[in-house]
Design a protein around this ligand. Structure first.
Ligand code: NAP
Length: 537
């Protein structure tokens, strides 16, 4: 396997596999191809390992998946690693990635500072032609996109946005050393990043105004320090635990409670809800009654338990109504809740306001702040955009993926996304993506990415062993898969009225579907060798 770095003037390297992205998904892929002796390289836009965790530096950035589930299931890696907290902070996750390097020595197979700008399939070579921003070109047989869903920050088109003279930052590019203490700060957005920034800077800023469009049904994190010895002892169970995570709806080892809420007494459900709340983290959603997502009455009961918990913490009835409305604005758990430590307490501070954007929109930015529809001008030193990312097909706007005839994948998806298994696309042979359009969404990231990664490795290895030079999903297979995506969306309480972005079934169901496809001789795929590839397709 070549370890050298090629330059544009040299003949492009011909590798078996090129992976884009050095987060969990990309590293898992690299590890398995290398183990099987394939030539493989990761191209990573940043200067170190960690994917989104590398560049996520806003104050309070922390994992929302509890230990020990948020890690690779590779034994060489987990056997010598212990976490200090149940929900690790960003720096600890980055330290974990360095442990991955010390254990596996993967950096030698990674080209850092290599932002891929285009990837085009070459029909004659049956290889991808991948080009980075600095002109590096490589020709792999297989091209794997492992860049996650949150790679392109979303800045809403606010009127007169450029006129603001203070500091305006997106949570995705928090500058090192930015001081918020004693400043007048705005945070726009109350998703995962917004909640963490607000609870982190809230206690120390001079004044904080939160601009909220949709309330976050944030759950009590119940953070804990972890004991090293207890963790070491529990490791004998890790192989079973990692297997179990794949058999549950959300990629943790725990499952929904196998009982309907309707089969319980009010006392029983109150005590059950209290237990889940005390257990903390996602448990109030993931371990709740089996009908929490299929029965609106059950869902409402969970909502009102949650609402009471929040109202016990937030003193002002007006603020209570903004953060936890009497009438649920959307079904409980249908939008990703955040985990919080002191988020709701911040809103009891006299120096913290919340502008409900459903009642009073942002009209425009001004040189000194933000003007709202009621004519009030709010003045700030710093505006934080916690407005998320262009998810779904967003990452494909900067990284152009093209079929052999030049068709861009976004052109193909202009009238709706068609993929097979949320991993492959007809017309784009030898290409696999992970954690992208039509992949599973609401689950523990590492479990989901390993389910997909194992399947892709199996498929690529099958092709390599049989000397096939080309794999392609059929059009019929992706039409059938899209039908399933729409059906699952229609049945879900979290159904979107626009195009569903994810596979809205359980992760376990998704895993079974992928295995069925394999067991059925890679149903829905055409494998071919170089000479016959055109004829077969
Ligand atoms: P996000 O969850 O998509 O939240 C974006 C927020 O910005 C939402 O509250 C959204 O409101 C609001 N917003 C968007 N456009 C707006 C506009 N024009 N005006 C006002 N508000 C607007 O984004 P994120 O918090 O950056 O998180 C992105 C993803 O990263 C998460 O889903 C999660 O998977 C991951 N993440 C994970 C962690 C963790 O594990 N701890 C931490 C951070 C991020 P609406 O709800 O009304 O759209």
């Amino acid at each position: 396997m070549s370890q050298t770095t090629a330059h544009s003037t040299q003949t492009p390297e011909e590798l078996d596999v090129v992976i884009v992205g050095a987060g969990y998904s990309g590293i898992h892929q690299l590890y398995h191809y290398r183990k099987q002796g394939y030539s493989v390289r990761i191209l990573e836009a940043e200067s170190d390992l960690g994917g989104a965790w590398w560049w996520t530096r806003y104050p309070g950035a922390r994992v929302d998946s509890e230990s020990p589930f948020y890690q690779l299931s590779i034994e060489e890696v987990w056997k010598d690693w212990v976490w200090t907290e149940r929900f690790p902070c960003r720096d600890e996750v980055c330290e974990y990635y360095q442990h991955v390097e010390r254990t596996l020595g993967i950096k030698k197979n990674i080209r850092f500072n290599s932002r891929v700008v285009s990837a085009k399939f070459n029909d004659t070579l049956n290889r991808w032609v991948i080009t980075t921003k600095d002109g590096f070109v490589v020709h792999p047989r297989f091209f794997i996109l492992a860049i996650g869903a949150a790679s392109k920050p979303h800045t809403p088109p606010f009127a007169d946005f450029q006129s603001f003279k203070g500091i305006c930052i997106h949570t995705a590019s928090w500058p090192e050393g930015l001081v918020t203490k004693g400043k007048r700060v705005a945070v726009i957005g109350t998703g995962a990043s917004g909640v963490q920034v607000i609870q982190s800077i809230g206690p120390e800023v001079k004044h904080l105004t939160v601009f909220q469009r949709t309330p976050n049904y944030a759950l009590a994190m119940q953070q804990q320090k972890l004991d090293k010895e207890i963790q070491q002892k529990s490791k004998r169970l890790f192989p079973d635990m990692f297997r179990r995570c794949r058999q549950t709806p959300n990629g943790f080892s725990f499952d929904r409670y196998p009982k309907s809420l309707h089969a319980t007494t009010p006392e029983e459900r109150l005590l059950f809800f209290e237990d889940l709340w005390t257990a903390g983290g996602w448990r109030f959603v993931t371990n709740n009654y089996m009908d929490i997502f299929s029965d609106q009455a059950v869902n409402d009961e969970a909502y009102f338990f949650w609402r009471n918990k929040i109202c016990e913490r937030v003193h002002d009835p007006v603020m209570q109504e903004k953060l936890a409305p009497t009438s649920p604005p959307y079904p409980f758990g249908s939008k990703r809740p955040s985990l919080e430590i002191n988020y709701y307490d911040v809103f009891n501070q006299p120096n913290v306001d919340l502008v409900d954007l459903t009642q009073c929109e942002i009209s425009r930015f001004t040189p000194s702040g933000i003007q709202t529809a009621d004519g009030v001008e709010h003045t700030f030193d710093i505006v934080v955009l916690a407005t998320g990312f262009h998810t779904f097909t967003g990452p494909y706007t900067d990284l152009k993926v093209q079929a052999a005839d030049g068709t861009d994948i976004l052109e193909k998806w202009a009238n709706g996304v068609y993929s097979y298994l949320g991993m492959t696309v007809h017309g784009f042979p030898n290409f696999f993506y992970m954690y992208g359009p039509q992949s599973p969404g609401a689950c523990n990231g590492p479990t989901c990415s390993e389910v997909q990664s194992d399947w892709i490795v199996g498929c690529v290895s099958h092709a390599m062993k049989q000397c096939f030079t080309r794999i392609e999903a059929t059009r019929e297979a992706e039409i059938e898969y899209r039908r399933l995506i729409l059906e699952l969306n229609a049945r879900s309480l979290s159904r979107s009225t626009s195009e569903p972005t994810n596979f809205k079934g359980d992760l376990a169901q998704y895993g079974r579907l992928c295995l069925e496809v394999t067991d059925d001789g890679y149903r829905g795929f055409v494998f071919s060798s170089q000479v016959e590839s055109r004829a077969l397709l």
